[in-house]
Design a protein around this ligand. Structure first.
Ligand SMILES: Cc1cc2nc3c(=O)[nH]c(=O)nc-3n(C[C@H](O)[C@H](O)[C@H](O)COP(=O)(O)OP(=O)(O)OC[C@H]3O[C@@H](n4cnc5c(N)ncnc54)[C@H](O)[C@@H]3O)c2cc1C
Length: 297
């Protein structure tokens, strides 16, 4: 049995594990895919933490390995409180810990329009840095009006000859400097008050059918389709008795403890998370600190 089991090794989970290890606790991490989570796809981080997301994830992963974390590869399936321990079932087995930090983050939401799932990997992507080079010299579409959509649209201008930015609203809700760059960018065409209806193609994406608030239906030719329309929290394995907000994110108290004793939450899976990497790192540390304080009390 470990003192702390951290579920998910995105930025929040890595920060939680590092803090707990530095405080002398025994720590295991349980990660379904690979260390780093969302940041691994971001080549140029914006905000207080700068540089490459994958470098940050690699450095933090190496640090927690050096500090003695046990890294388990597996997907958490359930969390149950039993006596003095928390029992986590995963597809790799059963894991016991005195406290658990849920840092399983979020996945990018899909639009759910016809054609989107059919053309996954054949023009439909959600990683501009990874898949941008496939669209060199072609036209692509980005959907959304927040930081992620604008940031990724700008990344895609490094490859595509034209980026169609489709937004259902009449103004962006992104940081000012992203908005200013996008509006002034010669390769970006903004389609305001426009909704995507279907992704069209044959072997691969060829166009997207849209509906404009001010002018009916249209078809925009493009070879790539990137939707950044929000995040879905990844916490289906946490029992329903642990309260959530309307968006399905885990509710915590000020010490980042959930409604289940010994279970904490940090980062994009948590209600109230601000959305920035620097906040994920701070929340991971805070959750580990609270868990440690409770273990020592
Ligand atoms: C396109 C985009 C660009 C961004 N750019 C910036 C930026 O420039 N600057 C900035 O500050 N922020 C940026 N952000 C926000 C920031 O990257 C994220 O908010 C932050 O990385 C979230 O970290 P996290 O650890 O909470 O979650 P995640 O990164 O989602 O990590 C969660 C981890 O948990 C794992 N996991 C999930 N479910 C399970 C399970 N059942 N069992 C085991 N493991 C599981 C996942 O595989 C993943 O590794 C960006 C976000 C996006 C989407």
């Amino acid at each position: 049995m470990h003192d702390i089991l951290v579920i998910g090794t995105g930025a929040a989970g890595l920060a939680a594990a590092r803090k707990a290890l530095r405080d002398g606790l025994s720590v295991a991490t349980l990660e379904a895919v690979f260390s780093g989570g969302l940041v691994t796809n971001i080549n140029h981080l914006d905000g207080e933490v700068q540089g490459s997301g994958s470098d940050l994830a690699a450095d933090m992963s190496a640090e927690i390995a050096d500090l003695g974390a046990e890294a388990i590869t597996g997907t958490a399936l359930s969390v149950v409180r039993g006596g003095d321990a928390v029992e986590v079932q995963s597809d790799a087995g059963t894991h016991l810990a005195r406290a658990v930090v849920v840092a399983s983050g979020a996945t990018l939401r899909r639009l759910g329009v016809p054609g989107e799932a059919d053309y996954e990997g054949r023009g439909v992507s959600q990683c501009a840095n990874c898949d941008g080079p496939f669209f060199t010299g072609q036209e692509v579409m980005v959907v959304g009006g927040g930081d992620a959509a604008l940031q990724e649209a700008l990344v895609l201008t490094g490859y595509a000859k034209r980026v169609h930015l489709v937004h259902r609203g009449a103004s962006f809700r992104a940081k000012r400097h992203f908005t200013d760059q996008v509006v002034a960018h010669g390769q970006i065409t903004i389609h305001w008050e426009t909704r995507v209806e279907a992704v069209l193609g044959d072997e691969a994406v060829k166009a997207v059918r849209v509906r404009r608030a001010q002018g009916g239906e249209g078809v925009i030719p493009c070879a790539g389709f990137f939707a950044y329309v929000g995040l879905e929290p990844a916490c289906a394995f946490v029992p329903d008795l642990v309260a959530r907000d309307a968006g399905g994110r885990l509710l915590t108290n000020a010490g980042l403890r959930t409604a289940m004793a010994g279970v904490y939450a940090a980062g994009a899976v948590r209600s109230g998370y601000g959305g920035l990497l620097v906040q994920a790192l701070a929340e991971g540390e805070a959750a580990a600190k609270s868990a440690a304080a409770e273990l020592w009390s």
